[in-house]
Design a protein. Structure first.
Length: 250
């Protein structure tokens, strides 16, 4: 029973994180692939982990330990999910300002309808995440959590839960910070159209302003791609710091 527990409880934590984290936990990845990946990681790392507590697997104490492992994995995966939502929310803010909120498509990873700009940012962040080996860092943090939060009847404390809830404000502030240059430039454009409407009331500003604002906004998006990678690196470092702090890793 101790041998079974040494593989079962790490499997619950690893599988919970893989199901909650972005990319691997997306709907386009089948449950069979996630399950196989969770079994593979568990088979590799379980012999290297600290000893698990000895108890009857069919007991209330065992259910409590299992619950804590699932909660730890879900919390770690959710912290990475919030990091990806920064850029998706940035796309929604920009799309709303450009009048492209109606131009949406079904996101295959989440199954919800998102603007095209959000989908573009989501694909870009996904490629960058794999390019900088973010998935390796996430798995490394997961393995380190077994040493900072050993398997037992103690899980994530209230301080860690407060840190996870605080990531919501971090997500919104980060999205606004990324979109702020483009929003400021579009504000200047709208002010210019306001002056034009006062100077020439007979001109239909709505018919002329929408295509000009759209083209100008897309040009600003293209010009702002130069700062996309520095922003990604800053927020990814903060996200991994959140992830390590969540489980008490140094």
């Amino acid at each position: 029973m101790e041998f079974v527990a040494s593989y079962m409880w790490p499997l619950f934590r690893i599988a919970a994180m893989l199901m909650a984290m972005p990319l691997i936990g997306a709907r386009i990845v089948s449950a069979r692939v996630r399950t196989a990946l969770a079994f593979t990681i568990t088979a590799i790392v379980a012999p290297l982990l600290p000893p698990v507590p000895v108890m009857d697997l069919i007991s209330i104490q065992s259910l409590i330990v299992t619950f804590h492992q699932v909660m730890i994995g879900v919390a770690m995966g959710l912290s990475l999910q919030i990091f990806f939502q920064i850029f998706i929310l940035t796309g929604q803010i920009i799309a709303g300002k450009l009048g492209l909120g109606f131009a949406s498509m079904n996101d295959p990873s989440s199954g919800v309808s998102v603007p095209l700009i959000s989908q573009f940012y989501s694909i870009t962040v996904t490629l960058l995440f794999f390019a900088v080996n973010g998935h390796i860092v996430a798995i490394e943090a997961l393995i380190g959590s077994f040493y900072s939060l050993p398997i037992g009847q103690v899980g994530i404390d209230t301080k860690a839960m407060g840190l996870l809830l605080g990531m919501g404000s971090w997500m919104f502030s980060g999205a606004v910070l990324i979109a702020l240059p483009l929003l400021t430039a579009l504000l200047v454009v709208n002010l210019a159209f306001g002056v034009m409407s006062r100077a020439a009331p007979q001109m239909n500003v709505s018919a002329v302003g929408f295509p000009i604002t759209l083209v100008f906004g897309l040009f600003l998006m293209w010009a702002g791609l130069e700062s996309f990678l520095p922003n990604f690196m800053v927020f990814s470092n903060e996200a991994f710091q959140f992830l390590h702090s969540l489980v008490g890793n140094p």
